[in-house]
Design a protein around this ligand. Structure first.
Ligand SMILES: Nc1ccn([C@@H]2O[C@H](COP(=O)(O)OP(=O)(O)OP(=O)(O)O)[C@@H](O)[C@H]2O)c(=O)n1
Ligand SMILES: C[C@](O)(CO)[C@H](O)COP(=O)(O)O
Length: 384
């Protein structure tokens, strides 16, 4: 099933005022028309878009991508008709007809209209009237109107293409919308749920509300697209004769030292690997091969600084890290704060985003027999 969209944008927006027609005014970083087109272009069920414009408006419409421009007529229904004629060669199964002045149309409303067309020749969103209705004249209430069964019509209004084309061909003009045209030839039209946010910018006051809602939606989209990555690292170094160990950048007196090509800072190595892991960029051995003599005895902050810089270059900031040291001795607790401070200096990350903790392995395994120290770490990176 193919579904085309016709966005009618040939009106002059007289009620909205302003120096240019309302659909070309800038709100929330783009023209009203560009926001509306984007809503349809981003929708997976829409196969093509016709943007119906006034012949004088090319300077505004030409930069909009992903649409076929068609010239409209003097009335809304003449503009819709021009859009339908332009689709004849493509002959889509369904067509949605939408006011350019409704930039807040949601994916859900578009989907609901398309889905309803499986079982009805026409479908359109609408909201039930909830306020009391009056008739007025000269600033006076002169009567009341029963609101039962009354709806506020919205767009997009969807139809089977051939049927709405025939309906427009047969119509004399002057219809408020395409539902009226469809019904004039006997087509049934189902009501689907409308959306309070799907407002039509009509008067000057509507711009501020539409802009506020668009900005809120952009912020929500940004948050849901947020790129969060987690990496984990693990490292082990064996003890050998010596008088101190270096853990997370802190020198701690001990009756053994850790064996390694570099300074054997097992905590910092696990942390460095966690960052490389989050970046899906190998591990410490690939960036600093142990076969390379220049890293012999190297202070491990070189490795950690490299991983942090790489994260920055790739557009990520480190949100938090968590390092666990697994050993019976030395005692980590009394040194944990100094370790966090040392890592904070190297990484340029606040101490309260750095955790260093420890556990024994209950005298089990190689760490339990004090043959070496193991370390695990995780790092969370957030796309800028
Ligand atoms: N000759 C026309 C008249 C209207 N429209 C479109 O029909 C939609 C609904 O019309 P409305 O909100 O009334 O827009 P305008 O006609 O531009 O506004 P006004 O009546 O205030 O001049 C709008 O997307 C408008 O651009 C159109 O394509 N061609
Ligand atoms: C089609 C429509 O958007 C339905 O609410 C509306 O009728 C078109 O705008 P107008 O203000 O009636 O011209």
């Amino acid at each position: 099933m193919t579904t085309a969209a016709i966005i009618v944008a040939a009106g002059r927006g007289t009620r909205a005022g302003g120096e240019v027609p309302k659909q070309w005014r800038q709100i929330a970083g783009n023209s009203v028309a560009a926001h509306t087109v984007r809503a349809f272009r981003a929708h997976p069920e829409i196969s093509q878009i016709i943007l119906v414009i006034h012949p004088d408006d090319h300077e505004f419409a030409d930069p909009i991508e992903g649409v076929t421009l068609v010239h409209g007529g003097a009335t809304r229904d003449a503009s819709v008709h021009a859009g339908l004629q332009a689709l004849r060669a493509d002959d889509p199964d369904h067509v949605l007809i939408h006011d350019v002045a409704r930039p807040l149309v949601s994916d859900q409303v578009i989907h609901d209209v398309i889905a309803a067309l499986d079982h009805t020749p026409g479908a359109a969103p609408a909201l039930q009237v909830t306020d009391a209705l009056w008739c007025g004249a000269d600033g006076q209430v002169v009567g009341t109107q029963d609101r039962a069964g009354l709806y506020r019509a919205q767009t997009p209004q969807g139809f089977r293409f051939g049927e709405i084309l025939s309906a427009h061909n047969a119509h004399d003009g002057g219809a408020a919308d395409d539902v009226e045209v469809a019904r004039a030839t006997g087509l049934d039209v189902s009501i689907v749920d409308g959306d309070e946010q799907n407002l039509k910018i009509t008067t000057p006051g509507d711009f501020a509300r539409a802009e506020r809602l668009l900005l809120q939606r952009q912020q929500k989209n940004k948050e849901s697209r947020m790129d969060i990555r987690v990496g984990s690292g693990y490292d082990v170094h064996a003890f050998e004769d010596g008088d101190h160990v270096i853990l997370c950048g802190v020198k701690i007196p001990h009756d053994r030292k850790l064996r390694g090509h570099s300074d054997a800072d097992v905590g910092m190595h696990a942390l460095t690997d966690a960052i490389y892991g989050a970046l899906a960029d190998g591990d410490i051995g690939q960036h600093f091969p142990p076969s390379d003599p220049q890293w012999k005895g190297a202070a491990s902050d070189i490795f950690l600084r490299h991983a942090v810089a790489l994260a920055g270059e790739r557009g990520y900031r480190i949100s938090n890290v968590d390092v666990t040291l697994i050993c019976e001795q030395p005692k980590i607790g009394p040194n944990a704060l100094a370790m966090r401070a040392a890592l904070s200096d190297i990484m340029g990350l606040a101490v309260d985003r750095i955790s260093v903790k420890a556990t024994t392995s209950e005298r089990l395994g190689f760490t339990g027999r004090s043959e070496g120290i193991a370390s695990m770490a995780t790092a969370t990176l957030i796309g800028a």
